[in-house]
Ligand binder design. Sequence first.
Ligand code: GTP
Ligand code: MG
Length: 361
Amino acid sequence: MKIGIIGLPASGKTTIFNSLTRGKAEVGGFGAARSANVGVAHVPDERVDILTGMFQSKKTVYAEVTYVDLPGSSSGDLFEGEAMAHLQQVDAILHVARAFEDESVPHLEGSVDYKRDIEKVAFDILFADIALLERRIERLTGSLKSMKVANRDEAVKNIETLKRIQSDLENGVALRDRDLDAGETKAISDTFTLSSLPLLVAMNIGEDDISNTADLEIELATLLEGRSTGGAAICGRLEAELVGMPEDEESEMRTGLEAGESGLSRMIKLSYRVLGLSSFLTVGEDETRAWTINIGASAPKAAGVIHSDIERGFIRAETVAYDDFIECGTMAEARNRGLFRQEGREYVVQDGDIVNFLFSV
Ligand SMILES: Nc1nc2c(ncn2[C@@H]2O[C@H](COP(=O)(O)OP(=O)(O)OP(=O)(O)O)[C@@H](O)[C@H]2O)c(=O)[nH]1
Ligand SMILES: [Mg+2]
């Protein structure tokens, strides 16, 4: 799963990227960075930590999200050529909106106003899609003449459909906010669009605002009412400093700052949620691990995430829900109480299921 980080120049994209991925990319380039930074964040999961302890696992593996930090553009055009090439590869967009005041860091618009910036970026996303559809419609229209008569009717219909979607975009309806019927899905299937991607917003707050985080997040939520959107307030600079510290010092600092669950950890979990993902767990002496699946995945599909052989040779899944297991304390007790179940091909794996797949190839 890959998330592309966008935002106005010097909004703190690279700072937030570093804190999400524990990376060390250079900040403060003011649009000078030429190439994108790519890094991986572990999805924080207390269940994995607890199970690792209970099973004395030698290894712990968390689910992962990959973040791509796009180079800033001094013109403020977020969707120019190179950025688009990166965005075509991502599953969601993370917009870093600057809310911190700092006179030494100039703002493209001359003042700090995160509401304005969030609206501008949302508008730019719609505008980019309108332009993408325009080019697609032009190309299709141009190809009509040389087209076989048999194919022409369908192409004309597709053009009509694309125009309808385009006019909805012009009325402010992002693709993620509308359902597509079969004809629309087909007409747009060849066109990359930005507004269909889930949209996350990281409000990059200053140190002074950390104590207002909860209130600011409520404000932020009112700006992000559409489908597949979500936001968190994060103090990028502080978080970047904290993740640069040795782990024991970091947790000491967090306790001292009463920073509780960090904005980062909320952001990573949010990324997971807007992408419609969940985790199932495998446990054992060798390894306790979280695996990523789409919500609604069947048992064989989930097995396929571990290995295609297990999907192909799937016999059944033995499973117990995490909470049930914790209540029982051991697999034997879970079995006694009938909570350790045998499930077949139709079973929809639930978030937090502890699973063992039986298979033969
Ligand atoms: N005071 C303060 N400064 C910050 C914060 N976050 C980032 N900065 C500073 O803002 C400047 C820009 O940060 P970057 O992370 O490089 O921003 P960017 O969006 O990646 O910038 P470009 O890639 O050049 O567009 C740096 O000097 C950061 O140290 C913050 O929370 N508070
Ligand atoms: Mg940067």
